[in-house]
Ligand binder design. Structure first.
Ligand SMILES: [Zn+2]
Length: 82
């Protein structure tokens, strides 16, 4: 059973009812919520896929000579006295 909230009066109503039991406002199909979720998932997948594509495309550009660049660790200045 899927429930929705009437946008008119805020009453929880069963989507199967078709209309709000409180005010009789016709309820929207639950498709709108599902569509939003699908769009959100697709958007996330596109963003994640795009990021992966960028990484994969960027990979051959970086020379893989086995050279590991070690970043110098910044030495903290010694504190003198507290
Ligand atoms: Zn209502």
């Amino acid at each position: 059973m899927s429930r929705t909230i009437c946008e008119h009066c805020g009453t929880q109503a069963d989507t199967k009812a078709g209309k709000c039991p409180g005010c009789g406002n016709p309820l929207r199909s639950s498709m709108s919520g599902t569509a939003k979720a699908v769009i959100a998932i697709v958007a996330v997948l596109l963003i994640a896929g795009g990021a992966i594509m960028v990484v994969m495309e960027d990979d051959p550009e970086t020379p893989s000579n086995g050279t590991t660049v070690v970043e110098p660790v910044p030495t903290l200045p010694e504190k003198e006295g507290d």
